[in-house]
Design a protein around this ligand. Structure first.
Ligand code: COA
Length: 260
């Protein structure tokens, strides 16, 4: 697949997806959101791809936000459509993907950029990264799930502090607050993310997909996470990979999972 604003590389079961608008600090315009949807969908459907690593091009930004130039003159109903479509196409879509996404936050992750990183399953930041939801400084609020996911990750008090002050936090505070899982030196960011991807790759893909579904269920009002877990747990017993994983353990050998 070829894209205008993304680079996609496939390597040994890992989809390396780079948002590529460095002159605009990788800001998410409409085309980029659509292309990210298409790329994530294609990677998720490719049974050879076990993990996705998502980053921004250049050394300055992961993503500096939604593209302000595209919505500056929107009215109320256009804004509602922008937010709803964006959430469906990209942010909710990414969070509910069966294939785990690791966000490699290589610089500014602001507004829609931080919202994108928060929709990923795992976040790792370079020590030079800065994160924030500065929307109120523009007279608007986060519209791609930021009010919800930030509070889930760092707690309501810290989320409201970040959102109302519009201030950025550095990587070390982001780690301390639980917004990112780890911080690395800039030159180690991708290799660390790839080492996490290698660990994930060793495990059973259907079980990983089921775990994502069950963990996400806690945050959905219409679902009981414990019930979703019971169903997903039981379903695993019907997979070939469960037979393989348990047999391999009993036979003291390495499991060879096929995703069936
Ligand atoms: N939307 C559209 N364009 C953006 C953008 C965004 N969110 N963020 C950066 N850009 C563009 C700038 O307009 C500039 O384009 P130009 O060279 O054509 O003028 C280019 O990217 C470089 O940004 P610049 O502001 O010159 O870089 P900087 O190093 O001085 O500042 C930031 C970096 C991230 C502090 C600054 O770009 C910024 O505040 N961006 C907006 C962040 C934001 O409010 N995001 C939430 C949006 S809802």
């Amino acid at each position: 697949m070829t894209f205008n604003n993304l680079n996609l590389q496939l390597e040994a079961g890992i989809g390396m997806l780079t948002i590529n608008r460095p002159k605009k600090l990788n800001a998410l315009n409409k085309v980029t959101i659509l292309e990210l949807h298409q790329a994530l969908k294609a990677l998720d459907q490719d049974e050879n791809v076990r993990v996705i690593v998502l980053t921004g091009s250049g050394d300055k930004a992961f993503v500096a936000g939604a593209d302000i130039s595209e919505f500056a003159d929107f009215n109320v109903s256009e804004a509602a459509q922008l937010s709803r479509e964006g959430q469906e196409l990209l942010f909710d879509f990414a969070e509910n993907l069966s294939t785990p996404i690791i966000a490699a936050i290589n610089g500014f992750a602001l507004g829609g950029g931080l919202e994108l990183a928060m929709a990923a399953h795992i976040r790792v930041a370079s020590s030079t990264a800065c994160m924030g939801l500065p929307e109120v400084s523009l007279g608007v609020i986060p519209g791609y799930g930021g009010t919800q996911r930030l509070a889930q990750l760092v707690g309501k008090g810290r989320a409201l502090q970040m959102i109302t002050t519009a201030e950025m936090i550095d990587a070390s505070k982001a780690e301390q607050w639980g917004l990112v899982n780890s911080v690395t030196a800039p030159e180690d960011l991708l290799s660390y993310c790839l080492s996490l991807a290698e660990k994930i790759k060793r495990n059973a893909p259907l079980a990983i997909a089921a775990a994502i579904e069950a963990v996400n269920a806690n945050y959905k009002d219409d679902l009981n996470g414990y019930d979703v877990e019971i169903t997903a747990f039981a379903k695993s017993f019907g997979t070939a990979d469960f037979k393989e994983g348990t047999s391999a353990f009993l036979q003291k050998r390495k499991a060879n999972f096929t995703g069936n």
